[in-house]
Design a protein. Structure first.
Length: 340
């Protein structure tokens, strides 16, 4: 039996510039961090060649099948795509779950893809590095499953930690941002995450955004250029252990992001965001593509209780989290048992 976990993420700046359609022409950059919420896999090897998958988030069961007859059933398509792409034909039962609901805006789909790729490549003794895992995961999501995603989620889940990720047509560079313990603690303690109570199909928002990028629509391109510049402003501050600009950069980034495409925000989200600011938050943003999922606020800890009470009165749920400094982890339970 094998166990795999992979972290979810929060992106602070630059989301949207990680689309190949954008960065291959203009270059892109994001600042993102993994957090201690995870996708989880338990892989139990069978004594026959049959394969089945249980996905708790969708309450789905991909019934026992041979490798050649595996089907991309919605909800199980990520795991099955990875199994087929890596040509892993050994019989196995896959049990898959996540710490958050699908459509959370926390990079869950990419985290799961990275988790599946890492777990199976470990079992197959491929010894891939972080970049190989990220690129394979992105290729499966974008080119096999047709998800209109950028590259940041696969890279941040694979590398882990707080990073500036720079995207160019011929190279992607992951630059760790080392914060002192006191700065990291203060940064972390100022962040408050809430689940909006509704998830969204990010692909609808992203497909529309992608088409606007392809058409070089200036109503989309200008705010994309803006968030790219904001990313470097935030990076310059963070690398000097200065978090005084985080709230301002998040707020400016959110105002720009709302202009990417229709559906990024709506009346409900705008009212929630305004209520957060009025209750004491200094900045914030919707996580992921927008339209639902989670909302992140930057707020003085002394005002957290008032913010939580306000958000709960609006139907939101507080989601505690901390920064997490690692990428996917893999455990061979057979080996661990033998050690004892």
């Amino acid at each position: 039996m094998y166990i795999g976990i992979s972290p979810l993420r929060i992106s602070f700046a630059g989301g949207g510039t990680d689309m190949p359609e954008y960065f291959e022409k203009y270059g892109g950059q994001v600042i993102s961090s993994t957090i201690n919420l995870f996708t989880n896999i338990v892989l139990n090897q069978r004594r026959d060649d049959s394969i089945q998958a249980f996905i708790s988030d969708y309450e789905l069961h991909h019934k026992t099948s041979s490798f050649d007859k595996l089907q991309f059933i919605p909800g199980t398509e990520i795991a099955i795509s990875v199994v087929k792409n890596l040509n892993y034909k050994n019989g196995a039962d896959y049990f898959i779950s996540s710490d958050v609901a699908p459509g959370s805006g926390l990079g869950g789909s990419s985290s799961l893809t990275v988790n599946c790729v890492n777990t199976i490549q470990k079992i197959m003794n491929k010894n891939w590095n972080e970049k190989q895992i990220a690129e394979k995961s992105f290729d499966i999501e974008r080119n096999e499953l047709g998800h209109p995603i950028g590259k940041q989620d696969d890279y941040i889940a694979s590398f882990g930690g707080l990073n500036l990720i720079k995207f160019e047509k011929t190279n992607i560079d992951v630059v760790p941002i080392p914060l002192s313990k006191s700065t990291k603690d203060e940064f972390e303690n100022n962040l408050v995450l809430f689940f909006l109570g509704t998830t969204r199909k990010s692909s609808d928002v992203l497909k529309h955004q992608l088409e606007l990028i392809k058409k070089n629509n200036q109503k989309t391109m200008i705010p994309l250029h803006s968030v790219k510049e904001l990313t470097m402003e935030l990076y310059d501050s963070l690398k000097n252990n200065d978090i005084t600009k985080v709230a301002e950069m998040m707020h400016k980034g959110w105002l720009a992001k709302k202009k990417f495409a229709d559906g990024v925000s709506n009346d409900k989200i705008d009212k929630i965001y305004s209520a957060g600011i009025e209750t004491g938050a200094m900045g914030g943003k919707i996580t992921g593509a927008g339209g639902g999922g989670h909302i992140l606020f930057y707020c003085d800890p002394k005002k957290h209780q008032n913010l939580k009470e306000k958000m709960e009165s609006l139907g939101l749920k507080h989601i505690p989290f901390k920064f997490y400094n690692h990428g996917p982890k893999f455990l061979n339970l057979y080996e661990e048992i033998q050690k004892n």
